[in-house]
Design a protein around this ligand. Structure first.
Ligand code: OXD
Ligand code: MN
Length: 615
């Protein structure tokens, strides 16, 4: 039997009330793994987290004492806190994210690669003594419902109480998870340290180590090693690291899909229920679409998930999806009662805000919440706001349980998907909506997705980058092989698969304004999609797929003007020709890993563009 080093002080209280048998891991695989890391990182103490309210309380009081989080006004935002990160640690670090597959070729051209042995050796030197003077939090977690065949289990070890608290919101952490892991010894080992040992120095509110930050994934052994950052996807290892990068590898090996997708339940005025997924790059309105409030009468929308979907073929041949997460880690700026009232209600209590501004009366504020900033703001760096630059960081976030969402769908264990949306932020060219002609054509549309960059990752904002399936930063293996894996889903019973749609809410007019109102009005596009699924309307062929016939898209009450349809659907011949060349360049990166079906799709697209130019 394994006993963790004797917990002392408040840690004793954390463990109070837990049954003796669940307090300890007994599985030698788990025990040996923990022993090795404790020996290497030398924490002062270790504690296994569970779902007891006391555990949460103790994490909160530790963080308040350290100054990492501060309570918000309980009258205005009950049970909520504001965290301010180190200004050098504010987003996912794609340049420091590595896929350490045994062969470089398997990581592909879109990932950073390091030889796994070398990477581990280098990171071991960083991890040596990294937790000196600190507590190691041991977090047994599951992504997916305990006991479901969909589920993947993990154990994250971290020296950040902020990460531990956030993981308790974002994943399932409880004694059932611990028992399941201990019984089978099957878990994804996920190691995290902020890289700020306390040997001979005091702690700081947001410890981190930006010079030595690495987020490494070992696909063959399905391990995650993260060091130096305490922010979001760099540190909450169940999310991007496990549920996307490692899960995408598992999905390839086992014939399913792990995707960067929201899941929406939609009920039509005829009371028909549809489940739709949507893949959009970071900060392109995924959470808004997941929390859609339909503007058209009779429609209802409920949220199943806002960021990640795992999809498997069911016995009926259809693709069934789950949301493996238990929380939302959403981008705050831009969220308002107008753009996303459901999110605003969701974060009205029991929420941790990070890098938002603080109001004089102890609430939070961010750009877009109201037109004008309130008087007396304290900015995301803790300084009085002078009106220069943003008061909240553009990648400021809220972390909140999905159970706080007023429109949460009750389905947790798999929903059958009728349609998949692929989207991005494009000022021109890509129409409001097009339907893929076939699954293969849909895979083509997913593979050429592109978007203007946002603040969710480091780097310049507003550049167009190809982001196939919105998985560019999240695919754990060669992107060309990933396209092949998508194609292989249609090897049997292609008819039962969902229909695929490319959407773009972001087209701009000559004055730079958005043509489409977006948000709740996106239900109009979903209504057309459902009419297509039910065979109620025909469409018009275009080089990028089938678009609505003028008159089939419900635009009643919108101020679109006589050119509205063209502004939403017209494809400029020159831009199309340029796009063909850009896709050729994009595809060239994948070399002989590019499936031949996609090369054929590109030729067909080229021919359609030529035909349109001539016509
Ligand atoms: C996210 C992201 O945090 O995609 O969800 O960056
Ligand atoms: Mn995301």
């Amino acid at each position: 039997m394994h006993r963790l080093p004797c917990p002392c002080g408040w840690l004793g209280q954390v463990q109070r009330g837990r049954s003796e048998e669940l307090m300890e891991f007994t599985n030698p695989k788990v025990v040996n793994w923990l022993d090795d890391w404790i020996a290497l990182m030398q924490p002062e103490r270790s504690v296994v987290l569970n779902a007891d309210p006391e555990t949460k309380e103790m994490l909160v009081s530790t963080l308040v004492e350290l100054g990492t989080i501060e309570p918000l006004n309980p009258q205005l935002r009950p049970g909520s806190y504001l965290a301010r990160s180190d200004p050098r640690d504010v987003a996912r670090l794609e340049s420091r994210t590595l896929i350490c597959s045994e062969r470089e070729e398997d990581a592909g051209p879109t990932n950073n690669w390091r030889e796994p042995g070398e990477m581990k050796e280098m990171m071991r030197t960083l991890y040596a003594g990294a937790m000196r003077g600190r507590t190691m939090y041991i977090i047994p977690f599951s992504m997916g419902e305990v006991g479901s065949p969909f589920t993947l289990y993990g154990i994250e070890i971290t020296d950040s109480a902020y990460v531990a608290l956030s993981m308790m919101t974002m994943a399932t952490v409880d004694d059932r998870v611990l028992s399941a892991i201990d019984a089978a010894g099957a878990f994804v080992p996920a190691v995290h340290s902020v890289g700020y040992p306390l040997a001979g120095r005091d702690d700081v509110a947001w410890p981190c180590n930006p010079e030595d930050t690495y987020i490494a994934h070992f696909p063959e052994t399905r391990e995650i090693w993260s060091y130096g950052s305490g922010y979001g996807g760099n540190a909450l290892l169940g999310k991007k690291c496990l549920a996307l990068r490692i899960a995408s590898v598992a999905a390839r090996d086992e014939g399913w899909l792990a995707e960067h997708m929201l899941i929406l339940k939609l009920t039509s005025p005829r009371d028909e229920v549809y489940y739709v997924t949507g893949a959009f790059p970071s900060a392109c309105g995924k959470t808004n679409l997941a929390m859609l409030v339909p503007t058209r009468p009779g429609w209802r929308a409920e949220t199943v998930g806002d960021d990640i979907a795992w999809l498997r073929r069911g016995e009926d041949g259809r693709l069934w999806a789950i949301n493996p997460e238990m929380g939302f880690f959403g981008v705050a700026p831009g969220t308002s009662v107008k753009t996303n009232p459901v999110a605003m209600e969701t974060v009205s209590k029991n929420t941790i805000f990070t890098n938002c501004a603080r109001t004089a009366d102890g609430d939070v504020w961010w750009e877009g919440m109201t037109k004008e900033p309130p008087e007396g703001l304290i900015d995301w760096q803790g300084k009085p706001y002078t009106g220069e630059g943003p008061a909240a960081h553009p990648n400021a976030r809220f972390t909140v349980s999905i159970h706080e969402a007023p429109n949460l769908a009750s389905e947790r264990d798999g929903v059958p998907i009728s349609a998949m949306l692929f989207g991005g932020r494009r000022s021109s060219l890509v129409p409001l909506v097009t339907e893929a002609r076939t699954w293969e054509h849909g895979v083509f549309l997913g593979s050429i997705m592109a978007s203007e960059t946002t603040a969710a990752a480091e780097g310049a904002v507003g550049r167009v980058r190809r982001d196939p399936f919105a998985m560019l930063p999240f695919c754990g293996y060669h992107m060309g092989d990933y396209f092949g894996h998508w194609l292989s889903m249609a090897e049997t019973d292609a008819q039962a698969l969902p229909k695929i749609y490319l959407v773009n809410w972001f087209r701009r007019d000559a004055d730079g304004g958005f043509v489409w109102p977006g948000y709740g009005d996106n239900v109009r596009v979903l209504a057309w999609i459902i009419d297509r699924l039910e065979g109620r309307v025909d469409g018009v062929d275009s080089p990028l797929g089938t678009i609505p016939s003028e008159g089939d898209l419900d635009v009643e009450g919108l101020e679109l003007g006589p050119e509205g349809y063209d502004q939403l659907f017209a494809m400029n011949a020159e831009e199309l020709e340029m796009e063909v060349e850009l896709i050729r360049e994009h595809y060239a990166r994948f070399g002989d890993h590019l499936p031949k079906e996609l090369a054929i799709q590109l030729e067909e697209f080229d021919q359609a563009v030529q035909a349109q130019s001539k016509g």
